[in-house]
Design a protein around this ligand. Structure first.
Ligand code: MAN
Ligand code: CA
Length: 250
């Protein structure tokens, strides 16, 4: 009995480990330079180097990042702000063999910001234009090897995306907490505390995979502060997002 229980636990543990290994890991090793600018938790850095699109892609990846992907008007505005000198820079968009545009990260192709008349897949320098650059604001398709007209490229590093507490309700002696789930999370740590500052001796931490958490034995007429952070698996082990804002129980 004891043995089989141990065996089951072992099998379960290795099964969980096997699943975890297949979950796209967040690259916690990724170290953006200090000078990188932050937008929605991600970091961006412009490099002025005379390289092809493929070389630029490899450069970003070698630093633990990827060529910048621009998936909203807000992100485009941010890129324009950091590209204040108006350089022509490679970004992480390319034409697939199916003749469709795609992002190097696999993000959905939705927002676009093509220059008038682009993409035209033609050039007076080198034709066959399958790579994209900001020129210097709107986008142009260019030949992968056309480094003659580029000033450099933009790398982006993904941050450890935080999440939030969506509701905190007290039911009798239970505090019911709901959190928002995020992609690639290994688990969540939910803390509840009677202290606004989450003082150690007044705080409890629960590790969970569920979006709904129940704290039992809450004290009557006590207010609780609840916050959550996301645990991610990475090559250097587990890493945590920042804590969410604390939500106070009603
Ligand atoms: C011109 C236009 C662009 C093209 C470049 C590349 O500026 O035709 O569409 O990408 O040349 O040389
Ligand atoms: Ca073009």
């Amino acid at each position: 009995m004891k043995f089989s229980k141990k065996l089951v636990t072992m099998m379960l543990t290795s099964a969980i480990a096997a699943v975890a290994a297949f979950v796209s890991p967040v690259d916690v090793k990724a170290k953006a330079p200090e000078s990188a600018k932050v937008y929605e938790g991600n970091r961006y850095q412009i490099y002025l180097e005379d390289v092809t699109w493929s070389e630029a892609k490899a450069r970003c990846e070698s630093m633990g990042g990827h060529l910048a992907t621009i998936t909203s008007a807000k992100e485009q505005a941010f890129v324009e702000k950091i590209n204040k000198d108006g350089k022509s820079l490679w970004i992480g968009a390319y034409r697939t063999s199916n003749n469709e545009w795609a992002w190097v990260t696999g993000e959905k192709w939705k927002y676009t910001n093509w220059k008038d008349g682009e993409p035209n897949n033609s050039s007076n320098v080198v034709s066959n234009e399958n790579s994209v650059a900001v020129w210097p604001k709107e986008w142009n398709d260019l030949n992968d090897n056309n480094k003659f007209e580029q000033d450099g490229f933009i790398c982006e590093w993904e941050g450890l995306k935080p999440t939030k507490v969506t509701s905190v309700k007290t039911q009798k002696k239970n505090v019911i907490v709901k959190i928002k789930k995020v992609a690639n999370a290994a688990a969540y740590e939910v803390q509840y505390s009677t202290s606004k500052k989450f003082a150690e001796n007044k705080t409890k931490t629960i590790r969970t995979n569920s979006a709904k958490i129940k704290f039992k034995k809450a004290k009557k007429n006590k207010k609780y502060f609840v916050r959550v952070r996301v645990c991610y698996n990475g090559p250097e082990g587990e890493a945590y997002s920042d804590w969410s804002k604390a939500v106070k129980s009603k």
